[in-house]
Design a protein around this ligand. Structure first.
Ligand SMILES: [Zn+2]
Length: 93
């Protein structure tokens, strides 16, 4: 029988449950009765199904993509004061 891994969304409690394929997935944390999400080991967390939202700011990811406005560096204003001064004509003898 396969072992399913869950993580509680509320308290972060990991949970391993041996279930049959025909068994329903667990959804309630036995520690805090929060919402469990299924974890597939070595594959990563698959957010499959509906109703699983992380409590961090995943919901605003569609609007905050272009917030990086690169500041223009102030290196484009050269001031070569020494090169602009003409050489003194000291050839008046
Ligand atoms: Zn919990």
């Amino acid at each position: 029988m396969p072992t399913y891994q869950y993580v509680c969304n509320d308290c972060g409690q990991p949970l391993e449950v041996v279930q049959k394929f025909s068994d329903d997935a667990l959804t309630i944390c036995p520690a805090c009765e929060g919402q469990l999400r299924k974890v597939f080991s070595a594959v990563g967390i698959v957010f499959k199904g509906s109703g699983f939202y992380r409590t961090d700011n995943r919901s605003s990811s569609s609007t905050g993509t272009s917030t990086t406005t690169p500041a223009k560096p102030a290196e484009s204003t050269p001031a070569p004061a020494a090169a602009a001064t003409p050489a003194p004509a000291a050839a008046s003898s």
